[in-house]
Write a protein that binds this ligand. Structure first.
Ligand code: AMP
Length: 211
């Protein structure tokens, strides 16, 4: 199954992508993680993307479309893929339709005020990209990634002013992507407020996955 996870920054896409990945046994492609890796490695893509990312703006469509296209071709996506953080504009969605149209699109619906609260507690692993929340989804050992043992950090773009800017961009540029898929009868909206487990169950029910 080719699945897209839509939702505002901090809606819980990354956390839920991990559960769906375990159930479907297909890779997750997170454009945010790929870009952060590129920035850390100082590749030409990373150098171009860095300024947009630190200010909370979107990286230009042509760069991100080329990145996803390349990853989809090189990953083992024969049995499907979960896209987290892509597409974020209608132009990206239209491009994706030409090379890997999704079977289903899940949009996690979370009010802005909840997002802002969540972002302040978010902790991210700089090595493997796993995300945690100090209250709602803490790691087993405080400040340490469960998966790879790396020290957790706070992302630059999780600063409050940058979060507000990212939310504005989300409403402006990414919400129209929902209408794009709704018109194609592919959109499933899921309430993204509640415990991680409650939200997981809502998504699994919508996708017909075993709870
Ligand atoms: P994320 O981790 O998904 O919130 O992404 C972090 C940042 O990477 C975003 O704020 C954007 O600057 C950039 N980014 C990630 N995915 C995309 C995309 N599909 N289109 C444009 N920029 C993106």
């Amino acid at each position: 199954m080719k699945l897209i996870l839509l939702g505002a920054p901090g809606a819980g896409k990354g956390t839920q992508a991990e559960f769906i990945q375990a159930a479907l046994k297909v890779p997750v492609i997170s454009t945010g993680n790929l870009l952060r890796e590129a920035v850390a490695q100082g590749t030409s893509l990373g150098l171009k993307a860095k300024e947009y990312m630190t200010s909370g703006r979107l990286v230009p469509d042509e760069l991100i479309i080329a990145l996803v296209r390349e990853k989809l071709a090189s990953h083992d996506c024969e049995h499907g893929v979960i896209l987290d953080g892509f597409p974020r504009t209608v132009a990206q969605a239209e491009a994706l339709d030409t090379f890997a149209a999704p079977d289903a699109v899940v949009s996690l619906e979370v009010p802005d005020e909840v997002i802002v609260k969540r972002m302040t507690g978010r902790r991210t692993c700089p090595k493997c990209g796993s995300t945690y929340h100090v209250e709602h989804n803490p790691p087993q050992v405080e400040g340490v990634c469960d998966k790879c043992g790396e020290k957790l950090g706070i992302r630059h773009d999780d600063d409050p002013e940058v979060v507000l800017q990212r939310l504005e961009i989300y409403h402006d540029q990414t919400e129209p992507v929902k209408h794009h898929y709704d018109a194609l009868n592919k959109l499933q909206q899921v309430e993204g407020v509640g415990t991680v487990e409650e939200i997981r169950q809502r998504i699994f029910r919508k996708l017909g996955l075993e709870l």
